[in-house]
Design a protein around this ligand. Structure first.
Ligand code: NI
Length: 162
């Protein structure tokens, strides 16, 4: 296993729409293991494949109750609860934090490493993390969801990211 290099703000791959995984082969399994190791090493709650330079629709999420959930080709099929603002950050946008509005509860359908479809419903911080990671698969960063005024406030910090 290996810790992978993180793509940072400004890297074009973070702006691409990631491609679906057709088949969970050994290469994908190894990538997932390395993503999990990288997530732990960086103390992240979640990680999306484009963040490690792979434009594929894969997310790993660290939950306390169910351990690490691997989501391949995840799709949000239900958004519930109120929109809540919580402070967010991102391993690819270091040292930048801002409140973002997200749904308090989401249900996601995805494929696991055995290519079986499953659904997971998450609330609270894990709901936020899931929405944040799935945004990565579509080329969005949390800063895209801020008001223009807030983004302007972060402009200096963003320019400092290398
Ligand atoms: Ni992120």
């Amino acid at each position: 296993m290996a810790i992978l290099k993180l793509e940072k703000y400004g890297s074009p791959i973070l702006r691409e729409k990631a491609l679906p995984v057709e088949k969970v082969d050994e290469e994908i399994k190894e990538l997932v293991q390395n993503m999990i190791e990288t997530m732990y090493a960086e103390s992240g709650v979640g990680l999306a494949a484009p963040q490690v330079g792979v434009s594929k629709r894969i997310v790993v999420l660290d939950t306390e109750e169910q351990g690490v959930i691997v989501l391949i080709n995840p799709v949000i099929i239900k958004k519930e609860g109120e929109l809540k603002e919580e402070e967010e950050g991102c391993l690819s946008v270091p040292e930048v934090y801002s409140p973002v509005k997200r749904f308090s509860k989401v249900t996601v359908e995805a494929m696991d490493l055995e290519e079986k479809k499953f659904r997971t419903t998450q609330e609270g911080l894990l709901s936020i993390a899931l929405q944040h990671e799935i945004d990565h698969l579509n080329g969005y960063l949390f800063i895209d969801r801020l008001s223009p005024a807030r983004r302007l406030m972060l402009k200096g910090d963003l320019e400092n990211i290398e």
